[in-house]
Design a binder for this molecule. Structure first.
Ligand code: ADP
Ligand code: ASP
Ligand code: MG
Length: 449
């Protein structure tokens, strides 16, 4: 069966009106049999706040009221409201219970159960909107198929199990119905709810598309595709017609929020084309991400990743000896941190930690425990208020004149760290957070305008 998986992000399912617009996109495309939804805009942020230890009773009540307002607001738009209202009430009561329970027990498993409720509401509501618009649609609990490990807050999907479970539990339902399921959410082998990290619904859509051997994944969002840079940062940014898997993966990794960084992995494994478009203006078209594109320009896009932390590790042990980097990487691996950018000198190693690598409840990577472990074999200095700007393209490492052009643009800015050469697709500079937007704008203007 040729099948398309469509994912709708938070702004696309923010209210009843937006959901109706998305339902039309699904109905107009008979190949779209599986719909993956995010929580309605704002809901996950409220749930994350409910997981924080420093909120008081009054703040908790305000957050619960805000979530209920968004979900009931969508119910109110439904003509057959009663159909889903009792289910939404059950979830809202569970949210209150879980936030109470977290006061006494700050368990990561409970946090994930709480964080997953936003997507549970929107799957029920979106299925109801689809039915109202004439489609034969049903909500489906993704925890039946999206098996992960139990690393709560940033769970790792288990691809072989997902393929098996999706083929047996989900594929038969898709023959006769449009199925609406939750992004961002999974379950471990014992059935405990897990989450994939912030923005993880894109990843869920790609994982399910891989498991079902879909022909395409559509990511419907609030912009008409992937742009030469974030259109919020540079008004002259322009949408790209197509980009390669490699370019898209680099863009997502280096901060283009329009795609979760892991989204491209399943697509590459199964060679599934990915479309990114605006649910508000589907007629504008969007960007196709494919294995091969017609052209491979040296400069494709500029990305920005905010909230970067630089760790500077100093040790005399490094001088003419071996093993220091191995020890450092082992410590980082123990704390489940994948090394991001890295530069080394004779007695120093500098590496960046990326906040997008933090877990669903926003807990940072830089924990006391990590610092203590690193301090056992070196002196650690932490710098924050940094941002990473990446130029994404092709043959960057083998084309003469690129660095000269880039550094000419950056002449007025202090560059804290540079990384180039590991990949043919990027050149990265670490700059102060205060300069970040200006650096992106200057580069975009020189390279693309
Ligand atoms: P959703 O809720 O649909 O998942 P996100 O907010 O996660 O949407 O991602 C969409 C946003 O990504 C856009 O509003 C835009 O500001 C941002 N963005 C960052 N870089 C880019 C880029 N290169 N092209 C398009 N959008 C980008
Ligand atoms: N709702 C989750 C978040 O806001 C997942 C997603 O939207 O992709 O991070
Ligand atoms: Mg997103």
């Amino acid at each position: 069966m040729s099948l398309v998986v469509a994912k709708f992000g938070g702004t696309s399912v923010a209210c009843h009106y937006s959901m109706v617009r998305c339902a039309q996109i699904v109905i107009n495309s008979p190949m779209t049999r599986l719909v993956v939804v995010s929580a309605s805009s704002g809901v996950t942020n409220c749930l994350v706040e409910l997981t924080q230890s420093n909120i008081n009773d009054q703040q908790r009540q305000t957050l619960l009221t805000e979530i209920a307002k968004i979900q009931y607001g969508i119910c109110d738009g439904l003509s057959r409201r009663a159909e889903v209202l009792s289910n939404i009430d059950v979830i809202l009561s569970r949210i209150a219970e879980l936030s109470d329970a977290l006061v006494l027990n700050r368990s990561k498993a409970l946090m994930d159960e709480l964080l997953a409720t936003g997507e549970q509401c929107s799957a029920l509501l979106f299925a109801a909107v689809l039915r109202e618009q004439g489609a034969n649609a049903q909500a489906f609990d993704v925890r039946q198929v999206l098996r992960t490990d139990n690393h709560f807050g940033r769970a790792e999907p288990q691809i072989a199990f997902i393929a098996d479970l999706a083929q047996t539990q989900l594929a038969p339902l898709l023959q006769s119905q449009v199925i609406v399921t939750q992004g961002f959410v999974g379950a471990d082998v014992d059935g405990n709810t897990t989450t994939l990290g912030r923005g993880g619904s894109d990843y869920s859509a790609a994982l399910l598309a891989e498991a079902l051997q879909a022909s395409a994944v559509e990511i419907w969002t609030d912009v008409a595709g992937i742009y030469t840079t974030d259109p919020r940062l540079a008004p002259n940014a322009r949408p790209l017609k197509e980009i390669s898997f490699n370019e898209a993966a680099e863009m997502a990794t280096f901060g283009a929020k329009v795609l979760h960084p892991a989204t491209i992995l399943p697509a590459v494994r199964q060679q599934i084309n990915v479309f990114v478009g605006s649910s508000k203006a589907p007629e504008e078209g969007g960007t196709w991400i494919r294995h091969q594109t017609e052209d491979s320009p040296v400069f494709r896009a500029v990305t920005l990743r905010k909230d970067q932390t630089l760790l500077n590790l100093h040790s005399l042990q490094m001088l003419h000896t071996q093993g220091f980097l191995a020890e450092t990487f082992a410590t980082l691996a123990k704390h489940k941190i994948s090394v991001d950018l890295i530069t080394t000198s004779e007695v120093n190693v500098s590496l960046t930690l990326d906040k997008t690598g933090s877990d669903s409840s926003g807990q940072g990577l830089l924990t006391e425990a990590l610092l203590a472990d690193l301090s056992e074999h070196c002196r650690v200095k932490v710098e924050d208020q940094l941002a990473l700007v990446a130029i994404i393209g092709n043959k960057i490492a083998s084309t003469a004149g690129i660095c000269a052009r880039v550094f000419n643009v950056l002449v007025d800015f202090n560059v804290r760290m540079i990384c180039q050469g590991a990949s043919p697709h990027n050149l990265c500079v670490l700059v102060s957070a205060a300069d970040a937007s200006a650096v992106v704008q200057a580069l975009h203007s020189d390279l693309f305008e």
